[in-house]
Ligand binder design. Structure first.
Ligand SMILES: *[C@@H]1O[C@H](CO)[C@@H](O)[C@H](O)[C@H]1NC(C)=O
Ligand SMILES: *[C@@H]1O[C@H](CO)[C@@H](O)[C@H](O)[C@H]1NC(C)=O
Length: 404
């Protein structure tokens, strides 16, 4: 912990005065972060050679390696939250504690699959499969591309496997149904899958999935973890229970998990559940099938871990929707247009504190104190000791801090 403690979230808590203030600032510099990252780390690695302990949180990069994988490692590597940490403090200063001893103490690495699933071509301008993608104030990139790039980044940061599955369509079902059989397939090759809709992102990319599994208590018997939807009339099933949102799913491999996904995917065929057929095309499709049928069959206490909406659903912009502010998992159903901004947050919330720290660490080279001089016409004239004394009285009379 000690090496990392400067970058514990407590020290980042005061950076922004609110989401809107931060948004404006990020817009101003939206095109720069990745470019800056290259320059920053190129310079830094040179500086490292001469003064080893100037930057405490640097990582050694092999000479001339400016690959994107290295840039990501350099930005996040030194500030990763420990997998088995007893607590985590978020960017609002709130601390979350594990309830007991952590089950996961070692990296799961490629046993975890971060999964994107889509049956659409996504080749239009600003979409992920187009040849080029530019930022352009967050307007050049479409929201869903930003989400998927964020999932990819998360996998890179922590060494998880990542796959985008270009799924076939069902003949007679709404597109979102395809995620059920595809998740089932993925659970044949990986111990854990982290599936997110493209408008879902993890807000703290330096926080490993293993920590969240500890915090949310993924036991050996858990099949899936999903979050509640907001407490609103459309989100209730026929028995009066709130739906679980299928846009964010953590699942653990087991025979019972295979069985659950099989039964779920077959639900609308009505071999087992009369009435499920209507969810082929009606809202909320596979989510309604899960809510109305599957969860009542897979109802052992450990089968389905229900996550609180406040932690794993919604976004700060949706806090008035039953408090679902997306502490750990942001789901931008409130406004998909916010996804590119969330992607830039994933860089800037780490980049800015470190840039600022570098600014101060090297202050001796570039902050020049000229307060011992006075200005007279075009000249700067050094003050006498008496003048310096007098200066303290009238300081600041021709300046104003306007809060910018
Ligand atoms: C978090 O846990 C660490 C030890 O793992 C402890 O030193 C620290 O006091 C805890 N922080 C809070 C706010 O409980
Ligand atoms: C996890 O859940 C199990 C079963 O409900 C419980 O026995 C255990 O204490 C929980 N562990 C944590 C860390 O919450």
């Amino acid at each position: 912990m000690s090496v990392h403690s400067k970058y514990a979230y407590t020290s980042l808590a005061n950076i922004a005065s609110g989401p809107h203030a931060r948004w404006r600032r990020i817009l101003l510099i939206a095109l720069l972060p990745m470019l800056c990252a290259f320059i920053y780390f190129t310079y830094e690695s040179n500086a490292l050679a001469s003064s080893q302990d100037l930057f405490k949180h640097d990582v050694a990069l092999s000479n001339g390696d400016t690959s994107m994988a290295t840039v990501i490692k350099a930005l996040y590597g030194p500030i990763l939250h420990p997998i088995d940490a007893a607590n985590f403090t978020d960017d609002e200063g709130q601390t979350y504690h594990l309830n007991g001893a952590p089950r996961f103490r070692k990296k799961l690495g490629r046993k975890v699959l971060v999964l994107d699933i889509d049956s659409r071509p996504l080749t239009k301008p600003g979409q992920l499969m187009d040849d080029e993608l530019i930022w352009k104030d967050g307007e050049g990139i479409r929201a869903l591309s930003a989400g998927m790039l964020s999932h990819y980044t998360y996998a890179m940061i922590h060494g998880y496997d990542y796959k985008f599955i270009r799924a076939p369509d069902y003949e007679d079902r709404w597109g979102t149904w395809v995620k059920v059989p595809v998740m089932r397939e993925a659970l044949k090759t990986h111990d854990y899958i982290l599936f997110m809709d493209s408008d879902v992102m993890l807000h703290f990319p330096h926080l490993p999935l293993e920590w969240l599994l500890n915090y949310w208590n993924m036991t050996k018997e858990t099949l899936v973890m999903m979050s509640l939807d907001p407490d609103e009339p459309q989100n209730y099933d026929s028995r009066g229970n709130r739906y679980l949102n299928t846009g964010f799913v953590i699942a653990q491999q087991s025979e019972r998990t295979q069985e659950m996904f099989k039964v779920w995917a077959e639900c609308p065929d009505e071999g087992r559940y009369l009435g499920c057929g209507k969810w082929k095309l009606e809202m909320f499709h596979e989510q309604a099938a899960f809510g109305n049928y599957i969860r009542y069959e897979f109802d052992r206490p450990e089968d389905i871990r229900v996550l609180p909406c406040v932690e794993a659903n919604g976004a700060p912009e949706a806090e008035n929707r039953g408090g679902c502010k997306g502490t750990f998992v942001r789901h931008y159903w409130v406004n998909k247009g916010l996804v590119p901004k969330a992607l830039s947050d994933q860089v800037m919330q780490y980049f800015i504190p470190r840039l600022h720290q570098m600014y101060h660490k090297t202050a001796g080279h570039h902050i020049v104190d000229a307060k011992g001089f006075r200005l007279s016409g075009a000249e700067m004239i050094e003050l006498t000791p008496e003048e310096k004394q007098a200066l303290n009285n009238g300081e600041g009379k021709n300046q104003k801090d306007e809060g910018w």
